[in-house]
Design a protein around this ligand. Structure first.
Ligand SMILES: Nc1ncnc2c1ncn2[C@@H]1O[C@H](COP(=O)(O)OP(=O)(O)OP(=O)(O)O)[C@@H](O)[C@H]1O
Ligand SMILES: [Mg+2]
Length: 323
């Protein structure tokens, strides 16, 4: 197949003056090489298109590919991950991964939680805070967790996110509103085990690639899989396949969440347990990181003995079957 490859390359944006934090969700040259290399070894010819705007130009010129694979996260707003899929749909260009609705729905964590809650899947009680005035209406028991409403890669999930009592809350909320220029999600802090489940396929044929438990080492930020823990995961985090009944339950909930959110081809879905060991949906990633050794999805593949190339091949095959 002729595969068009769309991405936001970190270095391009850094050169244009964006900050390291602005581009933390974007991909490094390594990741592009891993994907490009795997697709080539699988027998496809890959054309690197670049970011969304470059894709737009090519589509207008009349270029088409057998399939477009986009890992572009987009720059602005809560629909940014939906922008490339929307463009592709507009031009009738077949593409891998979820459609614009699912991409936007899952990036806004409260929107996703509303759908998940309605589907009967447990998710921690929450509220959305748009301004400091909203804090007076919060009626949730402490400790609470505070994070920006539509970020990923652990952005804004730091040690300050864990708020243990009422008097700390306004300061933390104010700092996150100011820093991320978007509403914040305030939800019950889940203090138990943390898992992420990788699912490949399409409804009703969804195959769990694996479920992994996340253990934070002594030198890690405590209790939270923070952005820094993710970035320094080689020394701070131990990953293990889950092989108990909680894991089985989360695979089941993950499949239900995948279907409720309308995911396609692949998704990685995060869960965390409360102190009593009951699992709750945290958030879904229909555009999971694909760095070969650093991103959770390829790490899960490695733990279950699926090579990186084969993992990409499975995702591609799911997309091909769907199309
Ligand atoms: N309600 C919560 N209770 C306890 N810990 C939480 C809660 N929400 C988030 N966390 C912690 O913060 C981490 C990051 O949160 P979340 O998965 O929502 O962010 P993200 O930036 O979208 O993640 P990703 O890197 O998977 O895109 C979680 O992995 C978990 O450790
Ligand atoms: Mg997450």
């Amino acid at each position: 197949m002729r595969v068009g490859f769309v991405y936001d390359l970190r270095d391009d944006y850094l050169r244009e003056g964006y900050s390291a934090e602005d581009v933390v969700e974007f991909d490094t040259g390594d990741t592009l090489d891993h994907i490009d290399g795997a697709l080539t070894r699988l027998g496809h010819s890959v054309e690197r298109i670049g970011r969304g705007q470059q894709l737009a130009r090519r589509l207008v010129e009349g270029m088409r590919w057998d399939l477009v694979l986009s890992i572009a996260e987009g720059l602005h707003g809560r629909s940014r991950e939906a922008q490339v899929p929307a463009l592709l749909e507009m031009f009738g260009q077949p593409y891998l991964f979820s459609d614009p609705l699912t991409m936007a729905l899952t990036l806004d964590k409260a929107m996703a939680k509303r759908v998940i809650h309605t589907a009967g899947i447990p998710t921690a009680p929450w509220c959305v805070v748009n301004s400091l005035d909203d804090i007076a209406q919060i009626n949730l028991p402490f400790p609470l967790f505070v994070k920006p409403l539509w970020e990923g890669t652990g952005k804004g999930c730091d040690l300050q996110s864990l708020v243990r009592d009422k008097k700390e809350l306004p300061g933390v909320v104010a700092a996150k509103l100011e820093r991320f220029r978007q509403p914040v999600l305030v939800e019950t802090f889940l203090s138990g085990r943390e898992f992420t489940v990788a699912l490949i396929g399409n409804t009703p044929d969804i195959h769990p690639l694996g479920i992994m438990e996340i253990f934070l080492n002594d030198q890690a930020d405590a209790e939270i899989y923070t952005m820094t823990n993710k970035e320094l995961s080689e020394s701070r985090v131990t990953y293990q396949l889950a092989q108990d009944t909680v894991g089985d339950r989360i695979v089941q909930l993950g499949r239900e969440a995948f279907m409720a959110l309308g995911c396609r081809d692949v998704a990685r879905i995060d869960f965390r347990c409360d102190a009593a060991g009951n699992p709750y949906f945290l958030e879904a990633n229909p555009l999971p990181g694909l760095h070969q050794t650093h991103s959770d999805l390829p790490i899960i593949a490695g733990l279950v003995g699926v090579a990186y190339d084969d993992m990409l091949g499975m995702i591609l095959e799911a997309g091909r079957k769907r199309l």
